[in-house]
Design a protein around this ligand. Structure first.
Ligand SMILES: [Zn+2]
Length: 267
């Protein structure tokens, strides 16, 4: 029973750290998954350090001086860990790991906590508008665009560069290998817009029907309202022969991304 509690505590700690990271990413409006993952690693490492400080603090009877030394001299913490590794820390199923074995267990434990932290930091699937307290509405629209290099596309979208994707609007598209775009937006305001881009390809046939395999490029990425507007307009016009319109929208988008003064046509 004691062993189960010990393992559950480790897993629980990992999940808690992960949830804390997820919540922080949400309130900080972290929209770049790469950055969210990086923050996940940093917080995961910090959580492990904090857990060890906590452990030694309890071990030495909650003495303030211990806490001070541990927080100001990380080396003392590692010396403490070395001592514990030499003696062994706990026994589980008649197994008392020491030295290298114990370091391996600690490493796995740390990787698990950091793993949870990273996984949960980047898994932001909710298309919820915090300001209006409403779930966003998925538009009944799906744009098929010609296939481009998906890794490059992902990078540019995560870096808030939409020109590459929008320049595909109206271009001829091979339905056997294509990019699909859907958007969702808050029904009440124009501030919460989400875009999902998938790479779809016909990979075979089943009973005469094409089998389509889809791989996400970006999922529910937060995008500016102008991007959603442009995509909706392209859908309405069939996306063909409106390059002038799209160019105008794009220039507006570039203007709106420039800091300092807002564009003159903003009400
Ligand atoms: Zn809203």
């Amino acid at each position: 029973m004691h062993e189960v509690v010990q393992v559950a505590a480790s897993v629980g700690f990992g999940v808690l750290v992960g949830l804390a990271v997820q919540y922080s990413a949400k309130i900080a409006h972290v929209r770049n998954p790469g950055y969210a993952r990086f923050v996940g690693v940093v917080i995961g490492l910090f959580a492990m350090y904090a857990a060890w400080v906590w452990y030694f603090w309890i071990l030495f009877g909650y003495r303030a001086i211990v806490l001070k030394v541990l927080l100001t001299e990380p080396a003392s913490l590692f010396r403490g860990m070395e001592n514990i590794a030499a003696q062994g820390m706990w026994k589980m199923f008649d197994w008392q790991p020491k030295g290298g074995q114990l370091y391996t267990v600690w490493t796995l434990e740390a990787l698990m906590v950091i793993g949870f932290s990273v996984a949960l930091s980047a898994s932001k699937n909710a298309t919820y508008c915090e300001a209006c307290r409403r779930w966003s509405k998925k538009f009944d629209m799906l744009l098929h665009l010609p296939l481009v290099e998906t890794d490059e596309l992902r990078t540019s979208l995560e870096e808030e560069r939409y020109e590459g994707l929008l320049s595909l609007l109206g271009q001829p598209c091979d339905m056997n290998a294509r990019i699909d775009v859907t958007v969702a937006a808050c029904p009440l305001c124009t501030n919460s817009n989400f875009m999902t881009v998938t790479h779809s390809a016909v990979t075979g046939k089943y009973q005469g029907q094409p089998v389509i395999t889809s791989k996400p490029v970006v999922k529910n990425l937060i995008v500016p309202g102008t991007v959603v507007e442009t995509l909706k307009a392209a859908k309405q016009t069939g996306g063909i022969g409106h390059s002038e319109f799209i160019a105008k929208k794009l220039s507006r988008l570039r203007t709106s991304r420039t800091p300092a003064e807002p564009p003159a046509d903003t009400p």
